[in-house]
Design a protein around this ligand. Structure first.
Ligand SMILES: NC(=O)c1ccc[n+]([C@@H]2O[C@H](COP(=O)([O-])OP(=O)(O)OC[C@H]3O[C@@H](n4cnc5c(N)ncnc54)[C@H](O)[C@@H]3O)[C@@H](O)[C@H]2O)c1
Length: 260
């Protein structure tokens, strides 16, 4: 469940001089993104609700990477965290809204209201709260926001209805943010991963991760494997870099062909 071994940085540092915030970077895709961005020369703030997890990742990555414990669904936490980042590193150039959560794969009517609210709070409201905190400061110099949506918001699977809806919201609000913020020089793009080897895998599958159960999911992915943190990190690196200067409003499936 790691996939970080395949992260390879370039010698030149494609993000040198930039400050990046990566939410949910205490594990999974976010950890992969934080590791690659640090290797490419960015100053990185790792935000995660699990302080120990954020500190574990930051500990390997040197002085220009900081760990901040914050719940992205809490306005007070988001404002405090963004304040800490800007005090330490200045205005962020790159914000990756990656923190996310799902209800377990189950019939839609079995998901209780508290769980439904939690899915939308972590997956959707967080983007609203972070936008409120960062857009006013970013728009004077431009920047880029990358939301981690999902192929679940394009080609939904049964059993994940409310999660799928939350990711459909992430996908479309990314495009809407992109058109609204384009005149300010802030680019907004969205990465749509397919099922990946992270902490959420068991909940997405809803059945034990046995070779037989995995094979059923793999059969729906033309390239025949799950996504890895390195796949998502390299896509995020491109979208965050100046090479993607004219890209905004893109929904980029990183899915081995699943959404075709
Ligand atoms: N793994 C997949 O199959 C898959 C597929 C498509 C999209 N995604 C999306 O990718 C993103 C990353 O998920 P992952 O698969 O790496 O999961 P993960 O559980 O491995 O990592 C998510 C991280 O977010 C943190 N987090 C959870 N709630 C938080 C909160 N309220 N505030 C701050 N941090 C919080 C967790 O502590 C964890 O470190 C999510 O948005 C998820 O929906 C995952």
């Amino acid at each position: 469940m790691d996939g970080h071994g395949e992260i390879r940085a370039t010698a030149t540092g494609r993000l040198a001089g930039k400050t990046a915030i990566v939410t949910g970077a205490g594990g999974g895709f976010g950890e992969g993104i934080a590791r690659l961005f640090a290797a490419e020369g960015a100053r990185v703030a790792i935000l995660d609700i699990r302080q120990d997890a954020a500190e574990r990742v930051a500990a390997d990555l040197g002085d220009e990477v900081i760990a901040i414990a914050a719940d992205v669904g809490s306005r007070a936490d988001v404002e405090r965290a963004i304040g800490e980042v800007s005090k330490r590193f200045g205005t962020p150039d790159i914000v990756i809204n990656n923190a996310g959560w799902t209800h377990r794969n189950q019939p839609m009517l079995d998901v209780d209201e508290e769980t439904f609210d939690r899915v939308y709070r972590i997956n959707v409201k967080s983007i609203y709260l972070i936008a409120q905190a960062v857009v006013p400061m970013m728009q004077s110099k431009g920047g880029t926001i990358i939301n981690i949506g999902s192929v679940a918001g394009i080609r939904p699977r049964p059993g994940l209805t409310w999660y799928n809806g939350s990711k459909g919201a992430v996908n479309i609000l990314s495009q809407s943010m992109a058109v609204e913020l384009a005149p300010t020089g802030i680019r907004v793009n969205c990465i749509c991963p397919v099922l990946g080897e992270t902490g959420l895998l068991d909940s997405f599958m809803g059945v034990p991760d046995t070779p037989e159960n995995r094979a059923r999911f793999l059969a729906t992915i033309p390239m025949g494997r799950l996504s890895r943190p390195s796949d998502i990190a390299h896509a995020a690196l491109y979208l965050a870099s100046d090479e993607a200067a004219f890209l905004t409003g893109v929904l980029l499936p990183v899915d081995g062909g699943r959404s075709v």
